[in-house]
Design a protein around this ligand. Structure first.
Ligand SMILES: [Ca+2]
Ligand SMILES: [Ca+2]
Length: 333
């Protein structure tokens, strides 16, 4: 009897311990226990290949993307001015057309009918006055969108926010590992079955209908959605698929996965970053996909999906969240 009680006690301890290790939440962040996982995919785009095993150290990650309300608090306290609120100069953009040298940012514009899918200028336009407080241009605002993810932020804007919060932007490996939520080698954050084949309510804010001219809004949202509107993944994290793309620290190189280190891969050096479609421009990576990701285009909301983005560019489908690393925790204590 005594032995049985002891076994029960030990089992109880193990159960308690695992709940501490996985999905433990504090101050809006979730603890991710370091582990090996399969990064990338052999079944999708070339730059996601090869799938390869890497190890990431334990870290904390924000449960939700940073919201307009969070970002407003940062701006109120620090008087920070984001990149898209400043007028671009001729020195920064020597080749830009004069009409583009006004403060503004990139906004999605739905075409009226089918367009050439190879030319993304068919659905993106530079809009004067577009910034985080006016995501779709000077005639828009964020009223009623306090709990939506902040958008129209560059990588540097995101990085400044995370620093202010005592955090950092995640690496690509951290983001992907967290996004998988413990489901190794699965296509989506919820498993292998595409969202549109599920009978239940939608699992992420993506694009339904023919991208880019038909948005049927079956998931209930035309654009961004309040953070946490869809079920969390296995680690209790929200919007790791869809809603907004999120900045990570890594510089982009399509061949990185065949040469990356096996532990805590940091990405290539800036000088080694390379996008074959725009050689000569150094780009960082965004992950997680957005409300513009459609199954007929990029299914960018898969955890292994990645997109190269010029770090000084912002748009109305890109935001971010932050992480806290162990070295930060040690230095703070
Ligand atoms: Ca949607
Ligand atoms: Ca996302």
């Amino acid at each position: 009897m005594k032995q049985l009680l002891l076994i029960n006690f030990v089992l109880l301890l193990i159960a308690f311990d695992s709940s501490v290790l996985f999905g433990f939440e504090k101050d809006g962040m979730v603890w991710i226990e370091g582990e090996k996982f399969w990064m990338g995919s052999d079944h999708h785009l070339m730059h996601e290949q090869p799938a390869h095993q890497v190890f990431v150290d334990s870290f904390w990650i924000d449960q939700y993307p940073v919201t307009n309300e969070d970002f407003a608090q940062f701006v109120n306290e620090t008087k920070f001015v984001t990149f898209s609120e400043k007028q671009p100069t001729r020195e920064e953009f020597p080749d830009a057309l004069p009409e583009l040298l006004v403060a503004g940012s990139i906004v999605f514009k739905i075409p009226e009918s089918e367009v050439d899918m190879r030319n993304h200028y068919n659905w993106w336009e530079y809009k004067k006055g577009a910034d985080w407080k006016h995501p779709e241009g000077s005639d828009s605002d964020i009223k009623g969108r306090n709990d939506h993810p902040v958008v129209q932020v560059t990588y540097d804007d995101a990085n400044e926010y995370c620093k202010w919060a005592g955090k950092e932007t995640p690496t690509e490996a951290q983001f992907e590992f967290a996004a998988r939520g413990g489901l190794d080698k699965k296509v989506y954050t919820w498993g292998d079955q595409p969202d549109h084949l599920k009978e239940k309510a939608k699992l992420a804010n993506t694009w339904q209908g023919d991208f880019p001219y038909e948005n049927t809004e079956e998931d209930g949202f035309y654009g961004t959605s309040p953070v946490g509107s869809f079920p969390s993944n296995g680690y209790g994290l929200y919007d790791m698929a869809g809603n907004v793309w999120e900045w990570v620290t890594d510089w982009y190189n399509p061949q990185y996965y065949s040469m990356s280190p096996k532990e805590n891969p940091p990405g290539v050096k800036k000088e080694e970053s390379f996008d074959p479609s725009e050689p000569g421009i150094h780009k960082r990576i965004i992950k997680g996909g957005s409300f513009l990701c459609a199954d007929n285009y990029c299914t960018g909301y898969r955890p292994s999906a990645r997109m190269a983005t010029e770090p000084k560019s912002s748009s109305n489908h890109t935001g971010f969240r932050c992480v806290k690393n162990q070295n930060q925790m040690v230095s703070k204590e």
